[in-house]
Design a protein around this ligand. Structure first.
Ligand code: FAD
Ligand code: DHB
Length: 393
């Protein structure tokens, strides 16, 4: 087998990359070790930045997103039982975010790739990368039990945090990492969202978040221990905790419904530098992880591959490697700003186990500042809707 770009992973990074390359007339093959159904049923991200929405719409995969996505012009920060709205439209010159599940993004992209004759292989096994420091990198894998070798010009390492691409180049990487002393317990509930917009709540028992997937589906989170045993959390206990942490003195009510899915994830900030080695390029969670507060993971994956697709197009059209050589630097500029924002939102809204009374007073003052000063609110708003997409220099 032979292609121009071999892509490992059919998550947002891999599929958007394959789609953008196709639009530039560049051929790719996507190799994914899970089934299509598994990828599309996994409950993950739900908030799309304005730039992500624009990119999907402008490249022809935004039809359903435009029809079914919920456009939000702000979020609420809730503390001391009171809500404070951050008005994105007003603070960012009209920008918004859109609620549209990652699973829906993946369905739309997979449909588009297959309809265009794209090669996306699910349930491949034993994927490994070879010769990526030479001109003809190779990817070996098994498909339906048969060993295959894919020769390509470049490899897109879009295989997420637990993939094989980053370990393959680990010798040349520097790792920057922070683990948080808490986790995130999330549920998906068959209940109409209790608020039109997302609510981020700071409470003395810990952080809580009300989000949604559709007018019938709520997505809710509470701060938990990093290794929280989900079996200790029957649905009633989760709802009780949500009621307490989201409580309001303003007559607001939390609507309950059957819990369809629940799970705990650890929280970490993680970056490797550089994001490339020879002809292998890492993108998305394969290169970096942000804590979920701030909803940036999927959006960052999309902005990486946008940079990569432009650089590959420049190479195939002009024979010029400059943009490819700058790929890591261009991406990391945005990655670190998004890391900073995600760390800041997480630190402002979570209860740290070792927080002193001083720390808690400072945290309340920060929330008060962010919600009462236009400058404070604006810095949150411009980061939340998404910083401008980086242009390579
Ligand atoms: P992934 O989506 O992880 O895709 C990588 C793909 O590669 C996977 O399909 C995987 O099966 C495949 N793969 C792995 N190893 C191999 C291999 N050896 N061979 C072949 N294929 C392989 N982000 C947000 O922006 N907003 C949110 O609200 C949000 N909520 C989240 C909630 C949860 C519970 C989790 C876990 C994540 C959340 N994220 C959120 C993060 C977001 O989902 C990720 O940042 C995003 O999926 C990254 O996309 P990716 O394509 O880089 O990686
Ligand atoms: C969602 C998750 C987040 O961590 C966040 O900050 C916003 C939304 C979500 O899953 O909907």
């Amino acid at each position: 087998m032979r292609t121009q770009v071999g892509i490992i992973g059919a998550g947002p990074a891999g599929l958007v990359l394959s789609h953008l390359l196709h639009l530039q007339g560049i051929e790719s093959v996507v190799l994914e070790n899970r089934s299509r159904q598994y990828c599309e049923e996994r409950v993950r991200a739900g908030v799309l930045e304005q730039g992500t929405v624009d990119l999907l719409c402008q490249t022809g995969v935004g039809e359903r997103l435009k029809r079914e996505g919920l456009v939000h012009g702000g979020i609420e920060l809730r503390f001391g039982g009171k809500g404070h709205r951050i008005d994105f439209r007003e603070l960012t010159g009209g920008k918004t975010i859109t609620i549209y599940g990652q699973s829906e993004v993946l369905k739309d992209l997979t449909d588009a790739r297959l309809a265009a004759g794209g090669q996306v292989y699910f349930e491949v096994e034993d994927v490994s990368v070879h010769d990526f420091d030479r001109t003809k990198p190779k990817i070996r894998f098994r498909k339906a039990g048969k060993v295959e070798e894919l020769t390509c010009d470049f490899i897109g390492g879009c295989d997420g945090f637990h993939g094989i691409c980053r370990p393959a180049i680990s010798k040349s990487l520097t790792v920057y990492e922070r683990e948080y002393p808490f986790g995130c317990l999330g549920i998906l509930a068959e209940a109409p969202p209790s608020s039109e917009e997302l609510i981020y709540a700071y409470h003395e028992r810990g952080f809580a978040l009300l989000s949604m997937r559709s007018p019938q589906l709520s997505r809710l989170y509470i701060q938990s221990a990093p290794d929280e045993d989900i079996h200790q959390w029957p649905d009633e206990r989760i709802w009780k905790e949500l009621h307490t942490r989201l409580e309001s003195t303003e007559g607001w009510r939390l609507i309950e419904g059957p819990v369809m899915q629940k799970g705990v994830t650890g929280m970490r900030s993680f970056v490797v530098e550089p994001m490339q080695s020879g002809n292998l390029f890492l993108a998305g969670d394969a290169a970096h992880i942000v804590p979920p507060t701030g909803a940036k993971g999927l959006n960052l994956a999309v902005s990486d591959v946008r940079v990569l697709a432009l650089a590959l197009a420049e190479f195939y059209k002009q024979g010029n490697r400059d943009l490819l050589n700058q790929y890591s630097e261009t991406c990391l500029n945005r990655v670190w700003k998004v890391q900073r924002f995600s760390w800041w939102m997480t630190s402002m809204l979570h209860l740290f186990p070792d927080a002193s009374p001083f720390d808690q007073k400072r945290q309340m003052a920060e929330l008060d500042y962010v919600t009462s000063s236009r400058a404070g609110a604006q810095t949150l708003a411009e980061n939340y809707v998404g910083l401008p997409m980086d242009q390579p220099t």
